[in-house]
Design a protein around this ligand. Structure first.
Ligand SMILES: Nc1ncnc2c1ncn2[C@@H]1O[C@H](COP(=O)(O)OP(=O)(O)O)[C@@H](O)[C@H]1O
Ligand SMILES: CC(=O)OP(=O)(O)O
Ligand SMILES: [Mg+2]
Length: 397
């Protein structure tokens, strides 16, 4: 069975086509700059990458059409007919309280996703565009929505409620939802396999740190707390997002700088985090390089990033009375050994100590980077949200 996985951003489409018999990737790629003058499609088949710079790609519908044409082209295509795609798995960031599991996209499901637009204005509208475009182009496939929030629906009430007047929850569903659930669940399952223990018996802390970053405490295979909240802005310091700040800063800045609400939102989402503190980049590689070149603001940005990460790890050790494993995943978690090292420094009294040599190795595989006597195993496990989405889609067909 062939499953196409689609992750639509506001001006991009990430895609992967899977053969589910052996879970291999037949083709994958990225359409960028949708709506701009020259769109770029990077398409990869069997480790051969090809960059197609096209003219304007007007919208997501045209973007998906172009992807399908690449998949079925007579020369170098990977399928003969679009009808071979039995299912399409869509990443949907916010499912509100409607979805604790993935769902086949019906009219009702689409309506529920629409209702959560207010809660994820940056993510859900492009996700819906992708769903509509793909349904129009692949009418015979089963379309499945896989939600970032679903895995966290198991959080207890005292973890997901905010200490605000209850009416805000009753009227507007103001509560914590959490994100990156597909990734946290995937690495938790991998950790169980890797450690050779049932997931139900493990206490895990997973650190998904990429551009967006969140931590999850996982007990008995379920999310019991996570660092993102009603939106993906809460919690850790990220590439361009501020994470936790005093909420009183918002009205203060609005008054002092005469900013609009939209400007403050943009400031906190796109111009803060590593970007805001370093003053030049939200990309961990660039900020790290600048730090080694002696840039003081870059050093401060990284010190703050790691300090906040470490505090969050400590708080999750507290709520679960320790942990069996601490997992690092996503762009920074998988690749930035210096960030892992600093986040785990001086934590031996909590049962965490790294094998510095092992941690420093560059390696794409799943591995242990803690010292032999570390009570908490520290694991680096590459995430694979796309494979998880493909599995969910297959399951529902
Ligand atoms: N070798 C590396 N060292 C440090 N940071 C890295 C490295 N490789 C990738 N990153 C960082 O990972 C982040 C992107 O993470 P990723 O999970 O790919 O993002 P997204 O959330 O967009 O999926 C960027 O900040 C990037 O700099
Ligand atoms: C929800 C979220 O933060 O997603 P991403 O990391 O892809 O921005
Ligand atoms: Mg990501």
């Amino acid at each position: 069975m062939k499953v196409l996985v689609i992750n639509c951003g506001s001006s991009s489409i990430k895609y992967q086509l899977f053969e589910m018999e052996d879970e291999t990737v037949l083709a994958s790629g990225l359409v960028e700059k949708i709506g701009a003058e020259a769109a770029i499609i990077t398409h990869e088949v069997a480790d051969r990458e090809e960059e197609v710079i096209t003219g304007e790609i007007l919208d997501h519908r045209e973007g998906i059409n172009r992807v399908l044409r690449l998949l079925v082209r007579p020369d170098g295509g990977v399928i003969k007919d679009e009808k071979e795609v039995a299912a399409v798995g869509h990443r949907v960031v916010h499912g509100g309280e409607y979805f604790a599991e993935s769902a086949i996209i019906t009219r009702e499901v689409r309506t529920a996703i629409r209702k959560t637009i207010d809660l994820a204005p940056l993510h859900n509208p492009p996700n819906l565009l992708g769903i509509d475009a793909a349904q129009a182009q692949l009418p015979s496939a089963v379309h499945v929505a896989v939600f970032d929030t679903a895995f966290h629906q198991s959080m207890p009430e005292y973890a997901y409620m905010y200490p605000l007047p209850r009416i805000l929850y009753q009227k507007h569903r103001v509560r914590r939802y959490g994100f990156h659930g597909t990734s946290h669940q995937y690495v938790a399952q991998r950790a169980a396999v890797f450690l050779g223990k049932p997931l139900e018996e493990l206490r895990l802390i997973s650190c998904h740190i990429g551009n967006g970053a969140s931590l999850t405490a996982i007990q008995h295979g379920k999310s019991v707390d996570t660092s993102m909240g009603m939106t993906p802005l809460e919690g850790l310091m990220m590439g361009t997002r501020c994470g936790d700040i005093d909420p009183a800063i918002v009205p203060y800045v609005i008054a002092k700088e005469e900013l609009t609400l939209a400007e403050v939102k943009s400031m906190m989402n796109k111009h803060s985090g590593l970007m805001g503190v370093s003053g030049f980049s939200g990309d961990m590689r660039e900020v790290t390089e600048a730090m080694f070149d002696g840039n003081k603001q870059a050093k401060l940005a990284i010190d703050m990033y790691v300090y906040r990460l470490k505090k969050m790890i400590g708080s999750y050790l507290a709520i679960m009375n320790g942990a069996d494993a601490l997992i690092f995943t996503a762009g920074v978690g998988e690749n930035a050994s210096s960030i892992r090292q600093k986040a785990c420094e001086d934590m031996s009294f909590l049962g965490i100590s790294l094998d510095l040599e092992e941690n420093a190795k560059r390696c794409k595989k799943e591995r242990v980077v803690s010292a032999a006597d570390s009570k908490v195993k520290v694991l680096v496990l590459p995430t694979n949200e796309e494979l998880m989405i493909a599995r969910e889609a297959k399951e529902l067909v």
